[in-house]
Design a protein around this ligand. Structure first.
Ligand code: SF4
Length: 247
């Protein structure tokens, strides 16, 4: 009998380096096994074996889910294909998708402008000139780096998870379950957490980039719009208890 928490990896932020549940997560254990094999066999990463293994596991999982939902995967169902295509179109047009993509664009543009490097250079310069102590300089550099790491980690995550939550909401499966057990609410909940952490990180950056205040406010406003739209679309997301994290 293992000690894994069932489904924990479905509602986490995939930031395994910072996760306190690595020893209770099956996905992490599988990845670690792969990494260990890769270390001992240099050809492993370029061979097809890891892909085949992952694919086999995915097929096993898919078959299990299909059995649970009474779906026969051997049949192609034209009605199902059509329904799926309609769901995809509805999700693409949804304001949450548009707003999360707008945030991604705006945040990416700002990060690519090179302001971060000038800010870091300025901090180093001030340490050299004695305007800041070495400890203050190190502390500030760490705060900027940490904020950037958080922002970058969640930039695409917010778009991908919003999309996944909307697809779940458009589908029929979750509708049979009570609100607190609907998977899309769990996905929306981790999206909300990612947004909150990102907003906090942007707010920290504001303290270091005074001349960029209006640009940063624009990025934060775009993210707040995603936050509002998410809350409007998934009003019951907080009813969902994420395995491990919320128990
Ligand atoms: S639950 Fe933790 S260890 Fe598992 S995939 Fe998520 S972040 Fe990684």
């Amino acid at each position: 009998m293992d000690d894994f928490i069932s489904g924990i990896h479905n509602y986490c932020d995939r930031w395994c380096e910072r996760c306190v549940y690595t020893d209770r997560c099956r996905v992490f254990a599988t990845d670690r096994e792969d990494r260990q094999v890769a270390k001992s066999d240099p050809k492993w990463e370029t061979s097809l074996e890891p892909i085949t293994k992952t694919l086999q596991e995915a097929i096993k999982l898919l078959n299990k889910m299909a059995r649970e939902k009474g779906i026969d995967l051997t049949k192609t169902d034209a009605g199902f294909e059509k329904e799926r295509a309609e769901q995809k179109t509805a999700v693409e047009k949804h304001p949450l998708t548009k707003k999360s993509l707008a945030y991604l664009d705006l945040s990416r543009q700002w990060l690519e402008q090179g302001q971060v490097k000038s800010c870091m250079d300025m901090i180093f310069k001030e340490v050299e000139l004695g305007k800041r102590t070495m400890q203050e300089g190190e502390r500030d550099i760490l705060r900027v780096r940490e904020s950037l790491e958080v922002i970058r980690w969640y930039q695409h995550f917010i778009v991908a998870k919003s999309h996944r939550a909307l697809m779940g909401k458009e589908g029929d499966y979750d509708k049979q379950l009570p609100e607190k057990e609907r998977g899309y609410n769990g996905t929306a909940k981790i999206t909300r957490i990612a947004i909150e952490r990102s907003l906090q990180a942007w707010a920290t950056l504001l303290g270091f980039f005074e001349e960029e205040e209006s640009a940063l406010f624009r990025v934060m406003a775009a993210l707040q719009q995603v936050q509002e739209q998410l809350a409007q679309t998934f009003p019951n997301m907080d009813l969902f208890v994420r395995p491990g994290f919320d128990e």
